[in-house]
Design a binder for this molecule. Structure first.
Ligand code: CA
Ligand code: CA
Length: 509
């Protein structure tokens, strides 16, 4: 059983960390009405889908530990606000993906407050419980840390109970146990509620690889079979994008049941490449990934990003250097796949761990009292001293913002760049590992992309069979209209080339 063909495949997506994006009522906390007020901004930028980090009631600032799957956290608004956000987004042809956390709940979720009361409580089976002896017998006291969880001891004591509960990420987030048919029934109701009664367009699925613990891992596929069937029956074509934070080989099987998964290997390869200034054979790695993914789902959607809310911001990864931030965007937005921008990346926001500081307030204006700017946290990295606010960037043709906007619109306008299914990509060897070149073949118009990854000007020469690609569609900062003539590319800059017009002979090259 494959995931259903999605009803639509948005070309450029945007992750909003809701608490930090835009405030509508002056309490300093981002909210749904704030997002509504910024939909025109996102539409103008070229965004076609929004992934909202969790909006359900939760005791934490990030809300990845849910206490009620059927409601909106009052800090963010009401269910009416959510419905208005959805309608307003749809008016602008923007899809909304809900972040659905099926791996765990909060310890304050009524299922868990019941489950922890006694062994014969009907909700006990919704979670994982074992005695010390059972845990010892299975040898599962400790776990190997993973990229997404550093927790070594996942079993947590429940006062007055000889059984412990399993919580992979943290003791406040007990893992759900989908061996329970009753739990599966509850989850099915939740899925149907959001797809059918509320009308979201899809889900971003948190911690998708951790649904069953390591000792029970072979059950994972059965869960996603179950999940995709419920989604497909409830709303054919609803979109699913999974967080499978693992090596590409482990990611691939999830495409059986999900439309898209985030390509973490690519994200880290891009980051290393931007730091070292040398190609990481990313084109070859991508082609190998595509081969693997299509074995599980010929309609796979490769969800690509520079970083997300769990990774240090790309602006900081590249040392705050504007030219490298632009290069990062140039690479992301010319590779095949479905790109996900992390809010604020488009204005060059900075941020390093711990987590709250990679999730700082969006800088709308230079006015510190701007009521739209959230202030739930005092930013350490993205301040008016380090980052130009959006209001100062919109009118500046050379701003990071206008670089993103230009590339997003070019991506959407050029079928060779925006093809998502059956990714069109070929390597182009330029004989210098500080140059990254690739070919995007397309029946309408094929394109060549060349990036200078290094910090010195580079000479480049196109391969013989590409010598007719002489129309310059894009150069970084528009500074190198002569780049093709001179064959020189400025540090950290990019050139995108199309075949000269009136050259039908090479259109399909
Ligand atoms: Ca607010
Ligand atoms: Ca789990």
């Amino acid at each position: 059983m494959f995931a259903d063909k999605p009803a639509s495949i948005p070309k450029v997506c945007y992750e909003i960390f809701v608490r930090s994006f835009c405030d509508s009522n002056g309490d300093g906390i981002g909210d749904l009405n704030g997002i509504i007020s910024r939909l025109d901004y996102l539409a103008d930028l070229g965004i076609e889908a929004i992934w909202l980090t969790p909006v359900h009631p939760s005791p934490s600032y990030h809300k990845y530990d849910v206490t009620d799957y059927y409601a909106i956290d009052p800090e963010f608004g009401t269910m009416d606000d959510f419905r208005r956000l959805l309608a307003a987004a749809h008016e602008r042809d923007i899809a909304i993906y809900l972040d659905l956390i099926v791996n765990h709940t909060s310890t304050l979720h009524p299922w868990f407050t019941e489950a922890r009361k006694s062994k014969d409580n009907p909700y006990r089976q919704f979670y994982w419980w074992m005695t010390e002896d059972q845990i010892d017998h299975l040898g599962i006291q400790e776990r190997e840390t993973s990229d997404d969880s550093q927790v070594v001891y996942p079993w947590h004591a429940n006062a007055g109970d000889d059984e412990k509960y399993y919580g992979l990420f943290y003791k406040g987030m007990p893992d759900l146990n989908f061996h329970s048919e009753a739990l599966r029934g509850e989850m099915a109701k939740i899925i149907r509620f959001w797809l059918n009664e509320v009308g979201v367009d899809g889900f971003r699925l948190d911690a998708a690889r951790h649904i069953y613990p390591a000792w029970d891992k072979e059950q994972s596929t059965s869960f996603w079979d179950f999940f995709s069937k419920i989604v497909g029956d409830a709303k054919p074509g609803a979109f699913t994008v999974g967080e499978v934070w693992a090596e590409t080989e482990e990611v691939a099987p999830y495409f059986r049941n999900l439309n898209a998964t985030f390509h973490f290997d690519l994200s880290f390869a891009l980051q290393r490449m931007l730091i070292t200034g040398r190609d990481e054979q990313i084109v070859d790695k991508l082609l190998a990934s595509f081969n693997l993914f299509q074995k599980y789902n010929p309609l796979f959607v490769n969800a690509i990003m520079l970083t997300n809310h769990d990774q240090e911001r790309i602006g900081s990864v590249v040392g705050g250097i504007t030219a490298k931030m632009k290069l990062a965007a140039s690479i992301l937005l010319t590779l095949p796949g479905q790109p996900y921008l992390y809010y604020g990346e488009e204005i060059g926001m900075l941020g390093m761990k711990p987590d709250p500081y990679i999730r700082e307030p969006f800088l709308w204006t230079g006015d510190l009292d701007d009521p739209q700017c959230t202030h739930w946290i005092t930013p350490e990295f993205t301040t008016l001293k380090t980052v130009a606010p959006l209001s100062e960037q919109t009118g500046n043709a050379h701003s990071v913002f206008n670089h993103y906007k230009t590339l997003i619109h070019l991506r959407k306008a050029e079928p060779a760049l925006s093809q998502i299914l059956a990714p069109n990509l070929q390597p182009m060897r330029l004989g210098d590992d500080q140059l990254l070149g690739y070919f995007r073949p397309h029946v309408d118009r094929s394109l060549i992309v060349v990036h200078n990854l290094g910090d010195t000007e580079k000479e480049f020469r196109l391969p013989e069979d590409k010598s007719l690609f002489t129309e310059v569609l894009f150069t970084t900062d528009g500074m190198q209209e002569n780049a093709l003539l001179t064959g020189r590319l400025a540090p950290h800059s990019t050139i995108i080339l199309a075949p000269a017009r009136h050259s039908p002979a090479i259109e399909n090259q």
